[in-house]
Design a protein around this ligand. Structure first.
Ligand code: HPA
Ligand code: ZN
Length: 340
C-alpha cells in the first residue's frame, strides 16, 4: 500500500497490541520539563527544541545516555502515573487494545526512588487504562544488563512483593559485551516464580545472543532479534519454533542498527515465516508511536494489506494473553480489516 492517508487510516482502525515499549521511553520532553519543574530539579535540557535537536543518535549507547538522563526527572508516584497515563491515552487513540510495557526498576532504585513508589504509579495507570480506555496489560520489569548480576538479583527479590502484578522479566540496556548467560540464574529464579521471560537480543549483539536468550534464559519472546537474519540456521529455528520477535522499525533506523527503513529486514523476516510484530520501543525519542511505525515500514517496504493484517494479528498471538482472548482479538482484527 503506497497511499499514505489510506494506509494510515487502515492501520489506525486495526486493533493492535504493543509488546515492546519502554515506559521511560515514552517520556516526551514536554512532560519531562513539567515534572522537573514541579519536583524542583534542574531540567535535563534547556528547552523542548534543544531536547529534540539532541535526539540524534550514533548508536544504542548514545541514546541510552540521553534516556537515563531524562528518566532522572521521575521521582514521585504521580510522575510515574502521569508518564504511563500519557502513553496509554495515546495508545488508545491509535486503537491499541493490549500492551505489555517494560519498565526499568534499577534505573529508579539507583536514584533512590523506592520500588513501592514507581510500581504504584505505573499499576494505577494500567488499572485506570483498563477501566476507562478498555486497554488490557501485562507489565514486564527489565533487568539492566550493564549493571551487576547481583543488582538484578536484589531487584527481583524486591519485586517479589509485587509479583502478582508483574507478569514477566526482560533484559535491556547496552547489549554488546553483556551476553544473556550472565543472567541465567536470575531468569531461572523468575521462572520459578511463574514469571514470563523475554529478552532484548540481536539488536546490537550478534545472533548468538538470540540463541543464548532462548536456550539459557528460557526467553519466550525475543525483543528486536533483527540480527538473527545473519544466521540462516537460527532463522529456520525461530520460524519452526514460532518464536515471536518484537521488531521496532523507527528505533532500528534512529540507533543505526539498520541504515534505512528501505533496508529494514521486517519484510524479509515475514517472508522467512517468522512471527514478527511491529512496536515503537521508545516513541518519545524515535519519531513515532505504534501507528507511525506500521505506516513508515509499510511505505518503505511496500507491505501488502495482508501483510499489515498479519502483523496486527501477530501482535496478539505473540502476547501473554490467554488463548481465548487472543482468538477474540484476532477475530476483531479480521473484522476491522474486512470493512470497506
Ligand atoms: N535497547 C536496549 N535497551 C533499551 C532500549 C533499547 O532500544 N530502550 C530502552 N532501553
Ligand atoms: Zn527496547
Amino acid at each position: 500500500m503506497r497511499d499514505r492517508e489510506a494506509l494510515e487510516s487502515f492501520v489506525r482502525r486495526l486493533p493492535k497490541a504493543e509488546l515492546h515499549v519502554h515506559l521511560e521511553g515514552t517520556l516526551e520532553p514536554e512532560l519531562a520539563l513539567t515534572i522537573a519543574e514541579r519536583n524542583g530539579i534542574s531540567p535535563p535540557f534547556p528547552s523542548i527544541e534543544a531536547a529534540k535537536a539532541a535526539y540524534r543518535f550514533e548508536n544504542l549507547q548514545s541514546f541510552l545516555d540521553v534516556y537515563y538522563a531524562t528518566t532522572a526527572v521521575l521521582r514521585t508516584e504521580q510522575d510515574f502515573y502521569d508518564l504511563a497515563w500519557a502513553y496509554l491515552t495515546r495508545a488508545a487513540e491509535q486503537n491499541v487494545r493490549h500492551v505489555e510495557p517494560f519498565f526499568d526498576p534499577q534505573a529508579h532504585l539507583a536514584r533512590g526512588v523506592p520500588f513501592g513508589i514507581f510500581i504504584a504509579g505505573i499499576l494505577l495507570a494500567l488499572e485506570d487504562a483498563e477501566a476507562q480506555l478498555g486497554i488490557t496489560s501485562r507489565l514486564i520489569m527489565c533487568f539492566l544488563r550493564d549493571h551487576s548480576v547481583e543488582d538484578a538479583r536484589k531487584t527481583l527479590a524486591t519485586a517479589h512483593l509485587y509479583r502478582h502484578r508483574i507478569a514477566g522479566v526482560g533484559l535491556d540496556s547496552a547489549e554488546a559485551g553483556y551476553p544473556p548467560e550472565l543472567f541465567r540464574d536470575v531468569f531461572a529464579e523468575a521462572a520459578a516464580y511463574g514469571m514470563h521471560r523475554v529478552a532484548h537480543a540481536g539488536e546490537e549483539g550478534p545472533p548468538e545472543y538470540v540463541a543464548a536468550a532462548l536456550d539459557l534464559l528460557g526467553a519466550e519472546r525475543i525483543d528486536h532479534g533483527v540480527r538473527s537474519l545473519e544466521d540462516p540456521a537460527l532463522v529456520e529455528r525461530l520460524a519452526r519454533e514460532r518464536v515471536p520477535l518484537t521488531v521496532c522499525p523507527l528505533s532500528n533506523v534512529k540507533l543505526r542498527v539498520v541504515p534505512s527503513l528501505e533496508q529494514h529486514p521486517l519484510k524479509r523476516m515475514l517472508d522467512a515465516g517468522l512471527l514478527v510484530t511491529v512496536n515503537s520501543d521508545d516513541p518519545a525519542y524515535f519519531g513515532g508511536y505504534l501507528v507511525e511505525n506500521y505506516v513508515v515500514a509499510a511505505l518503505a517496504l511496500d507491505l501488502s494489506r495482508d501483510e499489515i493484517v498479519t502483523l496486527a494479528e501477530n501482535s496478539f498471538v505473540a502476547s501473554f494473553l490467554d488463548e481465548s482472548a487472543k482468538a477474540a482479538h484476532v477475530e476483531a482484527v479480521r473484522a476491522a480489516a474486512a470493512l470497506p
